[in-house]
Design a protein around this ligand. Structure first.
Ligand SMILES: Nc1ncnc2c1ncn2[C@@H]1O[C@H](COP(=O)(O)OP(=O)(O)OP(=O)(O)O)[C@@H](O)[C@H]1O
Ligand SMILES: [Mg+2]
Length: 285
């Protein structure tokens, strides 16, 4: 059981691509760390240089010639139609798959030369669908961490919008949730997932926003959470909601693996291009 719990941090990093525990256990990168540079600190500056990615069984590239520089602390939102390559970019960021061509640089160092295990300690991933295990809210947030003070725990509950949720649970943060516990809404689970991320003081937050509608209250709280992070960490979001893209420092519009527009919300609206069309079509509502 403990071994299974230990897999959860890896599992929750799986975004959409990892479908089974078996896949993680056989993932090359877990063994291929030998001899690679260990990352002991990180600023969170990213540089994509001519990055192309082709899935093995797919002739069309999922990402084509992506060039993108992201400053430490910046919040970048990827938008675009289904199949545009958004989740693929997030997977590349996490190190699930290496670019077929080009390179991703972290603080100027090629990601391919860095030990992924050491790199991932600086990342926190909020997947589209949060997996809660059978245990308390507290355990679900703290697993894998040691020595987190009660003060910090409370601060994270606040930042992730969980305070009000916990107030309404029979045993507060010690209420059992997950498989055999209280049923939580999608938005509440996502907030637990955000709390899991924040408790680790990540340098990089990677968030694949759920397409399913969060209720208005949790949507507001989640976007406030993103605000409260400020630029303490570099944030990459696949965004569907208007409230999220509006808060991003930069929006990247993807189409067929290519970056077709980039700018702030206001800049893109003025451009009368693909982004404006998406907004008109109701994307992000
Ligand atoms: N495991 C895979 N094997 C082969 N092709 C894949 C795989 N995953 C994705 N693709 C293809 O790569 C392209 C980009 O997919 P990706 O999942 O990155 O899109 P997306 O922008 O995240 O879409 P969505 O909004 O639907 O989540 C698509 O054409 C998709 O069919
Ligand atoms: Mg996707």
């Amino acid at each position: 059981m403990n071994q299974l719990l230990n897999l959860i941090p890896i599992l929750t990093k799986g975004l959409e691509s990892v479908t089974s525990i078996g896949e993680i256990l056989t993932a090359d990168d877990i063994e291929e760390d030998n001899g690679k540079r260990i990352l002991t600190s990180m600023n969170g500056d990213y540089d994509f240089k001519d990055v192309t990615y082709r899935y093995p069984d797919n002739t069309d590239p999922a990402v084509l010639n992506l060039n993108l520089h992201v400053n430490a602390g910046e919040t970048v939102a990827f938008v675009g139609e289904s199949g545009a390559g958004k989740s693929t970019i997030l997977n590349l960021l996490v190190g699930f798959g290496q670019p077929s061509e080009g390179e991703i640089y972290i603080d100027g160092q090629p990601l391919s030369e860095i030990s992924l295990r050491s790199y991932r300690k600086f990342l926190a991933v909020v997947p589209q669908n949060t997996i809660l295990f059978s245990g308390s809210v507290r355990e679900n947030i703290l697993y894998g961490t040691t020595g987190v003070t009660e003060e910090k725990f409370k601060d994270v509950l606040k930042k992730s919008g969980l305070e009000s949720v916990i107030k309404n649970l029979p045993n507060g943060a010690d209420t059992m949730v997950g498989e055999h516990g209280d049923k939580l809404s999608g938005g509440q689970k996502q907030r637990i997932s955000i709390a899991r991320a924040l408790i680790r003081d990540p340098k990089v937050l990677i968030l694949d926003e759920a397409t399913s509608a969060l209720d208005a209250v949790s949507e507001k709280e989640v976007s406030e959470t993103l605000d409260s992070l400020g630029n303490s960490c570099t944030t990459f979001i696949v965004a569907h909601r208007l409230s999220t893209v509006r808060r991003a420092d930069r929006i990247i519009v993807m189409k067929e693996g290519k970056m077709i527009e980039t700018g702030t919300f206001d800049e893109l609206l003025k451009r009368n291009g693909a982004f404006q069309e998406m907004i008109m079509a109701g994307a992000g509502d």
